[in-house]
Design a protein around this ligand. Structure first.
Ligand SMILES: NC(=O)c1ccc[n+]([C@@H]2O[C@H](COP(=O)([O-])OP(=O)(O)OC[C@H]3O[C@@H](n4cnc5c(N)ncnc54)[C@H](OP(=O)(O)O)[C@@H]3O)[C@@H](O)[C@H]2O)c1
Length: 248
């Protein structure tokens, strides 16, 4: 065996755990990770309406599917067993999902976007692993958040940043494009109108504004997330869409 062949046979592949794998962004993260040779575990909650559709899809990419319930002890056991090098947290509810849920109180931004992110952070800590924790937040999130969505995202960000885990927090604007498979007319119109205005402002010189607030497709964002997760330089950083669009 040549030295290079021997070296490549001994290099271990990273393992990535993707929470929110069935989401618009998550499904592309799973596909791109598996395609780039990362051992990929797509997490789908056991009661997900998308379990039957997405299990064969992810397996066809070469990913494994894990259905551990969102329970801190069970998730801790799962982290101990899988020992992921990277954990993506790409979950989030919406007002429509909350209204459609059997128990709306379990589907608030606080209960899902914050508490489940915090649960995953605690599971990693209790399993005594140090994966890169990659979290999707949203543009405009900060300590002065006023809406319940922004407050939950800020609390989730704090739980990640203060966890002592290496982290990468990404704050995109709208994530919009083809193939969402879920009707979100308000979001699509706002993204299209916003992009048109930002394009015009960019032509007048406001390029930084345009590059921070213009929408991204799920594939574009997933490409950035995977690259950041695998980049040592992106550890312990909080980046927005401008930073993503201007990475070397
Ligand atoms: N859409 C945007 O324009 C935008 C902009 C900025 C930031 N973000 C944030 O970026 C993240 C990814 O966005 P996206 O549009 O790709 O997400 P998405 O398509 O809405 O997917 C959300 C994911 O969260 C999971 N989820 C929802 N409710 C849950 C619950 N109660 N328990 C466990 N899992 C639950 C879903 O699983 P099931 O399939 O099982 O329901 C799905 O995998 C979200 O956190 C979102 O808030 C979105």
């Amino acid at each position: 065996m040549s030295v290079d062949a021997e070296r490549s046979s001994t290099v271990t592949k990273p393992t990535a755990f993707v929470a929110g794998a069935t989401g618009y962004t998550g499904r592309e993260v799973v596909r791109l990770l598996a395609q780039s040779g990362v051992d990929t575990i797509a997490h789908i909650r056991p009661n997900s309406s998308r379990l039957d559709e997405y299990t064969p899809r992810f397996e066809s990419y070469g990913a494994q599917v894990d259905t551990t319930p969102w329970d801190e002890n069970e998730m801790c056991e799962c982290m101990s067993e899988l020992q992921p090098d990277i954990v993506f947290c790409l979950i989030g509810t919406t007002r429509a999902r909350k209204q459609a849920a059997d128990n709306p109180n379990n589907n608030t931004y606080h209960a899902v976007d914050f508490k489940l992110t915090e649960l995953l952070v605690h599971a990693c800590q209790q399993a005594e692993i140090q994966p890169r924790f990659v979290y999707i937040s949203a543009i405009g999130v900060g300590p002065n958040a006023t809406t319940s969505y922004m407050k939950a995202r800020w609390m989730a960000e704090r739980s990640v940043v203060e966890s002592q885990l290496p982290y990468t927090v990404v704050r995109p604007a709208f994530i919009s494009g083809p193939g969402r498979g879920e009707s979100r007319p308000g979001e699509r119109v706002a993204a299209a109108v916003g992009d048109a205005v930002l394009e015009a402002l960019g032509a007048l010189g406001a390029k930084k504004l345009r590059d921070r607030y213009a929408s991204m497709t799920n594939t574009e964002l997933a490409e950035h997330l995977v690259a950041l997760a695998l980049s040592p330089d992106a550890a312990n950083t909080v980046v927005d869409a401008y930073d993503l669009r201007h990475r070397d």
